[in-house]
Design a protein around this ligand. Structure first.
Ligand code: SF4
Ligand code: SF4
Length: 303
């Protein structure tokens, strides 16, 4: 059994073809821009959308832990008291309450995956395990991967790359394609923004290159936070160093995750930041493309 917080069908942004993306709960990082903050804690958790609340107080009546408070007419939740039992969610007709994360068996998840097999076959797609950091539920993940391989389904794993040697080895033996994040340069900034340095990410890239496993490098880009020339130079260096990197994707910051932080009762550090404009994303992509084209043409000239 594992804790899954979402299964998205017909995904076209998490690897090749049409895919089913399975989101596993739990993460070893806490990126300040995270747009899936419901993924960070390993256990199921309550979320409250205050704009939907009609003030009926049914939740207060149902909660054995006195987590709901209506002092001064305002509905507040003490999330530290909540055990995510779900009783108040069932009583909320306005659907202002929700539990993120539910326990699922490998076979239950596989039923969801296999039901879309025809789309994978026609599009060259498959399944992508993501999160959170899917390797936080390693045994569950490995069982799912094994079951997918048994069914002949292409497997991608999206990971932040901060893995033990054993996890690296076992994943490299069995995963078809890795989606790996590279988030900030230098390592000290990576640590400040995510909670850990980038050394293990580079170790993972080097190991996967040695094992001949293909990687798509994904770079979350947040204007004024990590979009330094230094960072772009490092992304280019990584792309040009590791021969197993098939593609580099810029993941431009969008502020849609902000609301989720609020519903979970967690302060959001990028409160004032707006989503990146499409033109800015294009400029970033051109910065990477320009450099690659320049290098290719330089190499052609020197051959
Ligand atoms: S049960 Fe739902 S609508 Fe009623 S007070 Fe609680 S959160 Fe608000
Ligand atoms: S999920 Fe359970 S413990 Fe949490 S607030 Fe609702 S009733 Fe109380």
């Amino acid at each position: 059994m594992g804790i899954v917080f979402d299964i998205q069908k017909f995904s076209v942004h998490d690897g090749p073809g049409i895919r089913t993306s399975v989101f596993l709960k739990g993460c070893n990082l806490s990126c300040i821009w995270c747009h899936n903050p419901e993924s960070i804690k390993s256990k199921p958790q309550l979320a409250f959308e205050s704009s939907l609340c009609i003030g009926c107080r049914e939740c207060e009546a149902r909660c054995e832990n006195q987590a709901h408070d209506f002092t001064d007419g305002a509905h507040r939740i003490d999330f530290t008291r909540c055990t995510a039992c779900g009783s108040c969610v069932k009583g909320c007709l306005a659907e202002a309450l929700k539990i993120y994360g539910k326990e699922m068996s490998v076979s239950r998840v596989m039923d969801e995956i296999i039901s879309d097999r025809i789309y994978y076959e026609r599009s060259g797609g498959g399944v992508t395990f993501t999160g959170g950091e899917p390797t936080m539920q390693f045994d569950f993940l490995m069982e799912l991967i094994g079951a997918c391989r048994g069914e002949g389904i292409h497997v991608c794993v999206e990971t932040n790359g901060i893995l033990s040697d054993e996890k690296r080895r076992r994943l490299a033996e069995t995963v078809d394609l890795f989606l790996i994040d590279y988030k900030a340069t230098p390592s000290a900034l990576h640590k400040e923004l995510t909670g850990m340095g980038s050394e293990e990410v580079l170790k993972t890239l080097a190991f996967l290159e040695k094992m001949g496993r293909p990687v798509i490098l994904r770079c979350p880009m947040i204007q004024g936070v990590n979009d330094s020339e230094n960072h772009f130079a490092e992304i280019r260096r990584i792309r040009d160093t590791y021969t197993n990197i098939r593609q580099v994707e810029i993941m431009a910051y969008h502020s849609t995750g902000r609301k989720k932080w609020e519903t979970l009762g967690i302060p959001y550090r990028l409160e004032q930041l707006e989503s990146v404009a499409p033109e800015q994303k294009k400029r970033w992509e051109e910065m990477l493309r320009d450099q690659k084209e320049k290098q290719d043409s330089l190499e052609e000239q020197t051959q």
